[in-house]
Design a protein around this ligand. Structure first.
Ligand code: PAF
Length: 280
């Protein structure tokens, strides 16, 4: 596995290894969810590239950029064991050199949900992901369903700007009690960790209702809110039952639904979702 810092070296290694490339973009502090992306990329491509970059432009001024957990030696060992060929670990000024002023903005689907709470977040994500696509030129790029809105935004950007690659979305990896794996789970105290599976319980409550024929969006939001309200440590930011493509809140959810939420537990802001599409 080659570990490089410069864009020049990514392109050099990329050119030297012909065949298909899969890319796994990450912000490091890897968990089993990231490794599932790397393993899928390994299975579907001749070569796998990964990036480890805590991207400052996707953090708001009051967010956890400085505190974001980092462990590069452990991350590199995990990626090597997963069969990754090339890892890019750039310094910030390699990605955003002095004078940088060009951004990719995806519009409507970034104004709601996470975008409403974090107004500059998706501009940072789409910009860095566009740069990663241009630098690595992968045939496929792998993202987790855990960040459902990120997936919608990136798919929109790839379609709108004609990036020649396939976006592969991998299922959310969960702890045994349902908590979605996230690098930010490390912020939870033991008591908060015990409360955190309430997000998945709330999503499952709405999912089961939807599967039993409850397709009223407001009723599904109420089901999730009621389950969250029973957990005193959970402070919901939003609870959503939205169209899986436009992310508009739904009244009639019979044609498919993205159930999602952001909930504060202690100083962690946890997100989770379940996507339901009827069999065609
Ligand atoms: O999902 C993430 O970890 C980040 O948003 C990404 C896609 C690596 C861009 O910084």
């Amino acid at each position: 596995m080659q570990v490089v810092k410069s864009i020049f070296d990514v392109r050099r290694v990329r050119r030297g290894l012909p065949g298909s490339w899969g890319l796994v973009p990450t912000m490091g502090f890897l968990h089993a969810g990231h490794l599932a992306l790397a393993e899928r990329a390994r299975a579907e491509n001749d070569h796998v590239g990964a990036s480890i970059f805590v991207n400052p432009t996707q953090f708001g001024p009051t967010e956890d950029l400085a505190a974001y957990p980092r462990d590069l030696p452990r991350d590199l060992a995990l990626l090597e064991a997963a069969g990754v060929d090339l890892v890019w670990t750039p310094p910030v000024d390699e990605v955003y050199p002095a004078g940088f002023q060009s951004y990719v903005t995806v519009e409507e689907v970034t104004r709601v949900l996470e975008g409403a709470a974090r107004p500059t977040h998706f501009r940072g994500v789409s910009t860095v992901v566009a740069k990663l696509f241009n630098i690595f030129q992968p045939d496929r790029a792998y993202f987790g369903q855990k960040d459902a809105q990120q997936v919608v935004v990136i798919q929109r950007m790839v379609t709108d700007l004609n990036f020649p690659l396939e976006i592969v979305v991998c299922p959310t990896v969960r702890e045994a009690d349902g908590l979605a794996l996230s690098s930010r789970n490390t912020y939870l105290t033991p008591e908060q960790r015990a409360a955190a599976p309430v997000l998945y319980r709330a999503l499952c409550g709405a999912r089961d209702a939807w599967l039993s024929g409850e397709h009223d969006g407001e009723r599904l939001r109420q089901i999730m809110r009621a389950i969250l309200a029973a957990e005193p440590l959970a402070r919901p930011d939003y609870v959503s039952a939205a169209d899986p493509f436009t992310l508009a809140e739904l009244g009639d959810a019979s044609r498919g639904i993205l159930l999602s939420m952001a909930v504060r537990v202690g100083k962690a802001r946890l997100i989770d979702n379940i996507r339901l599409i009827p069999d065609s």
